[in-house]
Write a protein that binds this ligand. Structure first.
Ligand SMILES: *Cc1c(COP(=O)(O)O)cnc(C)c1O
Length: 404
């Protein structure tokens, strides 16, 4: 078992008080906290090796370049990509998805179809809508059931030779539902469609194996997995990355520039125009090392216990309804109390030191499906405890009494 108190000591922010109360941080779905090794690695980069990468012959530039490429290798190993050049540094999931949709603008034709799921984050809906507007392709949506699960029979029925891309999240940020992505990838490939997986909510909880999944693209953010903000990864199969045009033009992504014709750099640099977030990319590698030291088996065991405990304790509250009741779930509980606006509960429990998210969680279509303005979302990390959950339950009870 994990020594949670020892792990909590790695995260300086967790010993803070907020509004005079010990901080209970249950907004991990929005961003995770950072361990001291990550904070230190950022300072160390600027103190010791700060220089621009892939450009200088001088020593610091080479040290920075090496550290950046070592980090790319760590990500490659972590997600089991076949080649390091299939791992692109981005500023986050949103950037990765837009890089792909921009590329498909030169591939899709009117009459082609793009399938998204009804469980998506806005950043995996809007770029595809923009792509369809630009190309005349049609957007199709996989419906969900009352448990918050995608309906696979409906998905199967949507697939045809017109389907060019399928995009779905690995784990839903609003409800915590884990989607059957392996099944969905295989089905999409059977009709010749490419598949993008939005892994933003998966990577804090599990280690994706992109070769076993056989997905064409897998996008995620560093900041939700103990890494720095403004970092992310887009994995793409080599053959797809070669096929797609560059996203941004500029330095770093070229082989040769003349005013007649510019040729592009090889992968991965073709998609990495300009000076990247060098410190962030290096420190993302530190965050991945940290998570692997704790171990994803241990992380999952701890989070499953937290999810079970929170679900049981919250359901003791009369009038409380949980959204996303499907069996296959990550450590996220989205709920409401009859007749009370989620924002009001969120505001009161914040005064008691409890940080949860309230609102539509960038997934308005899910809220429309349930006919609610939003939910209260508690999303747990391996560094959270059952005692903290008990504090939240008491705080929610207090808020309910005050508001009813
Ligand atoms: C957070 C999130 C995103 C967007 O990530 P950014 O880091 O804001 O780019 C996309 N999809 C899901 C499922 C998310 O949870």
């Amino acid at each position: 078992m994990l020594d949670i108190q020892k792990i909590r000591a790695d995260f300086p922010i967790l010993s803070q008080k907020v509004n005079g109360k010990p901080l209970v941080y249950f907004d991990n779905g929005a961003t995770s906290q950072k361990p001291q090794v990550v904070i230190d690695a950022d300072a160390k980069y600027y103190q010791e090796i700060n220089a621009n990468i892939h450009r200088g012959v001088h020593t610091l530039s080479q040290l920075a370049t090496d550290a950046y490429e070592i980090s790319r290798g760590k990500v490659q190993e972590h997600i089991n990509a076949k080649f390091a050049h299939e791992v692109l540094f981005t500023s986050g999931t949103t950037h990765g998805i837009n890089l792909v949709t921009n590329g498909f603008a030169s591939i899709l034709k009117p009459g082609d179809e793009v399938i998204v799921s009804s469980l998506e984050h806005h950043s995996n809906i809007v770029p595809w809508q923009m792509l369809c507007e630009k190309t005349g392709a049609t957007l199709k949506v996989i419906p969900m059931n009352e448990e918050g699960e995608l309906i696979m029979e409906a998905y199967d029925a949507l697939l045809s030779e017109k389907t060019k891309v399928v995009t779905v999240n690995h784990i839903s940020n609003a409800l915590g539902i884990i989607n059957p992505i392996k099944y969905m990838i295989d089905k999409a490939h059977a009709v010749g469609a490419a598949v993008l997986i939005d892994g933003a909510q998966a990577v804090p909880h599990l280690k994706p194996d992109v070769q076993a999944l056989d997905c064409d693209f897998y996008a995620f953010s560093g900041h939700k997995m103990c890494g720095p903000t403004g970092t992310g990864i887009l994995y793409g199969k080599e053959e797809w990355l070669n096929k797609l045009p560059p996203y941004q033009g500029g330095g770093e992504m070229i082989k040769e520039v003349t005013f007649e014709k510019t040729t592009y750099a090889d992968l991965p640099h073709k998609f990495e125009a300009g000076t990247p977030n060098i410190a962030g990319g290096i420190v993302l590698g530190t965050a991945i090392d940290y998570l692997n030291e704790i171990g994803f088996d241990n992380i999952q065991k701890q989070e499953e216990e937290l999810l079970a405990h929170a679900t049981k304790r919250l359901l003791e509250i009369e009038g409380l309804k949980i959204y996303g009741t499907g069996k296959n779930k990550a450590s996220v509980v989205s709920f409401n109390i009859d007749g009370i606006h989620p924002y009001d509960i969120g505001s009161i429990i914040d005064k008691l030191g409890i940080a949860v998210r309230t609102g539509h969680h960038c997934a308005q279509p899910i809220m429309n499906f349930f006919c609610i303005p939003g939910t209260i979302r508690a999303s747990f990390s391996f560094y959270n405890t059952k005692e903290e959950i008990n504090l939240m339950v008491e705080a929610v009870k207090t808020a309910k009494t005050m508001l009813s």
